[in-house]
Design a protein. Structure first.
Length: 105
């Protein structure tokens, strides 16, 4: 009986040792994958930052060109802005009328 218990104990200890080794391998593989994913994420973030800086620079340049054109042509600027304002006002009245008509139904 004692021999059978010792055999079972030895077998269990062997299985536990194998499981520990397997867990160690899994842990190392997981760590390597996480490290690789973190490096990939860093590359993506840096690429996004570079693109965002480039886009901001382009928008800034275009805004400067537009502001310069407005300063050079104040009459045209006033006309365009007035026209856009009037079109917005007209669109507001039309949409308001449509919404009011829907409420009456």
């Amino acid at each position: 009986m004692a021999d059978a218990a010792d055999d079972v104990r030895a077998d269990l200890e062997k299985q536990i040792a194998e499981l520990k080794k397997e867990m160690s391998r899994i842990s190392k593989a997981f760590s390597a994958r996480v490290s690789g994913a973190a490096e990939d994420a860093d590359e993506v973030i840096e690429g996004g930052r570079a693109r965002a800086r480039h886009a901001v620079a382009q928008v800034r340049d275009q805004a400067n060109v537009a502001a310069s054109a407005m300063r050079d042509n104040p009459g045209t600027t006033a006309t365009v802005l007035s026209t856009v304002g009037l079109l917005g006002l007209a669109a507001g009245f039309v949409l308001g009328g449509l919404c009011a008509a829907d409420r009456r139904r």
